[in-house]
Design a protein around this ligand. Structure first.
Ligand SMILES: NC(=O)c1ccc[n+]([C@@H]2O[C@H](COP(=O)([O-])OP(=O)(O)OC[C@H]3O[C@@H](n4cnc5c(N)ncnc54)[C@H](O)[C@@H]3O)[C@@H](O)[C@H]2O)c1
Length: 238
């Protein structure tokens, strides 16, 4: 095997830790450094996963470390600026969904990808789940003929992830469940159908249960600190 890919992870909360453990399991990646706005988390994760260098500021990490690629696992409103910065510093990027909080930001990311010649991959993980990749293969083989109707859904019976933190604050998350988990269902359907061009988009959003829905156990309690939910804002629609 050749040299290991040198990777940095920005944001080591719930999903950032999963990126780290998954990279380590491949045996093909060296996690060179991590960064997180919470130094507590940086220290915990360094210890837990044996990572020698940790930073509070992602920009400092990108300046000081020689990285091939970064994973961006921060709240949604940071995705555009941190992706653009990482691409400018010469890194390939694995970016968590949703890509950004609006289309202007998403277009800026795409522009920077083209300018930099680097790869940016969105973390659309459903495409790698075996039943969806099987459906994709059948669609490609023409098993379904012309697909003219598709229905996708994902139901969270109870619980709001990160209740009272960035997840439920519109200016940080960009929206509610459609933005958080709906992107997986939408992406997967469009991907299986080979991205038909939308003619029209309409939708409904509601806010009924709010704080009564309780905490859904995500991000996993062990990965949080008080900071994460202290603003108690819930202004996204469900
Ligand atoms: N692919 C999936 O199915 C999946 C699952 C969960 C989360 N996600 C996505 O991953 C991202 C993170 O979600 P999470 O559940 O891990 O949230 P989280 O709140 O557990 O983790 C986010 C981390 O980012 C850190 N952070 C905040 N501001 C920062 C900054 N300026 N620089 C560096 N670090 C900063 C926080 O301290 C926190 O540790 C979100 O975009 C979410 O949509 C994707």
């Amino acid at each position: 095997m050749g040299e290991k890919l040198k990777v940095g992870v920005i944001g080591v909360g719930g999903i950032g830790r999963i990126h780290i453990s998954s990279y380590q399991q491949t045996g093909e990646v060296e996690i060179v450094a991590i960064s997180d706005a919470s130094l507590n988390k940086v220290k915990q994760v360094q210890k837990e996963f044996g990572i020698s260098r940790g930073y509070k500021d992602p920009e400092e990490m990108l300046e000081k470390e020689k990285l091939d690629a970064v994973s961006i696992c921060t709240p949604n409103f940071l995705h555009a600026s941190q992706s653009i910065l990482s691409l400018e510093k010469g890194c390939h990027v694995l970016l968590e969904k949703p890509m950004a909080t609006n289309t202007t930001e998403a277009r800026e990311i795409v522009k920077k990808v083209k300018e930099s010649g680097k790869i940016l991959m969105m973390g659309m993980t459903w495409r790698f789940i075996s039943h969806y990749s099987y459906l994709k293969r059948l669609a490609q083989q023409g098993e379904f003929g012309e697909i003219y109707y598709a229905h996708g859904k994902w139901l969270r019976r109870r619980g709001v992830p990160g209740l009272g933190g960035w997840f439920t604050t519109k200016k940080m998350s960009g929206g509610g469940p459609l933005v958080d988990i709906g992107v997986h269902a939408l992406d997967c359907m469009l991907w299986i159908m080979d991205f038909p061009r939308p003619e029209r988009v309409s939708g409904f959003a509601f806010q009924k249960f709010g704080f009564r829905a309780g905490d859904g156990g995500w991000p996993p309690p062990a990965t949080r600190d008080e900071q994460d939910t202290k603003n108690r804002v819930f202004d996204v629609l469900m």
